[in-house]
Design a protein around this ligand. Structure first.
Ligand code: PLP
Length: 233
């Protein structure tokens, strides 16, 4: 019951945030981040109508995907840091990779994506505010990588993802999220023939501002599934 109630509450928050800026609720997709959570919790979310799930750890994610293999209506997003020795499992099992930040990984995924599957959807991760973080590419490198992906037929670039440095300062949030919005527009303008339709940003603390700044996908874990317990890992 709890997970169902939590989902309903988040949908309401999304609807309100969309209403404030005259966007339809359907413009923003909810990704349920289920990392460390058991399949029973995911099952409850599915029963409440949730279909898109985000996982950070390759092996754990693959086990869950295989557990729910008969449900062809689910969508699995890899949102963790991806090392090159794990690309095959992602290419073979996931529907989306949100953390693409280098050509070498893209080339491996392109080669390893089973050719009878639809292309792997990818988002380029941008390092928007946290200069020390190793995840994501600098904004200036976005277009170069995006153009290189055009030569990889088993990947399909859908947009951008960012994890801005966490802050409760709304003005700070706005700076990073507005910068992402303008990069997203640049990308759309540079690749008009491609379906660049996904801007993945917004977590519990900055969801409202992210939706104001054009986010099309918010990623929420704890507010749906409760706190994570890492002690068993
Ligand atoms: C864990 C995670 C989330 C969700 O975080 P919560 O604080 O549990 O809502 C969102 N995005 C990414 C990339 C994550 O790793």
């Amino acid at each position: 019951m709890q997970i169902k109630n939590n989902l309903a509450q988040i949908h309401q928050q999304i609807q309100q945030a969309c209403g404030q800026v005259n966007r339809p609720e359907s413009a923003v997709k909810l990704l349920a981040v289920s990392k460390t959570k058991p399949v029973q919790a995911i099952q409850q979310a599915i029963e409440a109508g949730q279909r898109a799930f985000g996982e950070n750890y390759v092996q754990e994610g693959v086990e869950k995907i295989q557990h729910f293999a008969e449900r062809t209506d689910l969508e699995w997003h890899f949102i963790g840091a991806l090392q090159s020795n794990k690309t095959r499992l992602v290419a073979e099992n996931f529907d989306w990779l949100q953390t693409l930040d280098r050509l070498k990984i893209a080339e491996r995924l392109n080669e390893q994506r089973p050719h009878d599957k639809v292309p792997l959807n990818v988002l380029i991760q941008i390092n928007i505010s946290d200069e020390d973080s190793k995840s994501g590419i600098a904004p200036e490198q976005m277009l170069t990588l995006a153009k290189q992906l055009e030569n990889l037929p088993h990947l399909r670039l859908r947009g951008l993802m960012a994890i801005p440095a966490p802050t409760e300062d709304v003005a700070q949030q706005q700076i990073a999220l507005t910068a992402m919005q303008s990069l997203f527009q640049q990308l759309q303008n540079a690749l008009p023939a491609q379906q660049i339709d996904t801007l993945s940003m917004g977590m519990s603390d900055d969801m409202n501002m992210a939706i104001q700044c054009g986010s099309t996908m918010v990623r929420i874990g704890t507010a749906i599934f409760g706190k994570r317990d890492y002690s068993a890992n």
